[in-house]
Design a protein around this ligand. Sequence first.
Ligand code: FE2
Length: 163
Amino acid sequence: MNRLAKLQDMLIKYITEEVETKNNRAYPLSWEIVHIASAPQFARLLAEKRGVDPELAAIATAVHDFGRIVTGVQENHAEAGYEPVKKWLAETGLFSEEEIETIALACKNHSSKEEVGTPLEEIVKDSDIIDCYLHGHVISKDAHRKRLAKVKKELNLPEEQNL
Ligand SMILES: [Fe+2]
């Protein structure tokens, strides 16, 4: 098992065993699990293409919604995830302090889709949008639509496609 697979295993166990199931969550935990599994694969591909560390990009993408996972709340979930994800990543024993900070910062900044961050942060944002798009989420915010169009162009995909 590579570190991504180990992390996904630990994160899904954490969700199923320790996160409270509430009816009023912004997104059901089943979606969080699907997103944890699929978004990192886009991150890995984009990272390989862009010359970014694919493992770290995939791992940051796997945990980017940690704030929403622990609180169930969408508003400010990126910022809310910063401290909890650092603590949880340290507990996994899989990462150096430097890696934890890099990953946690990507989580904290991933909702700023209109801003351009570090190459790793950009991959987290782009993979988030692609994964939501491919699962049929309506991509309505202007910054999100622009980002989706940019990535589709980068991947030589047609602009419009009904999923
Ligand atoms: Fe998010």
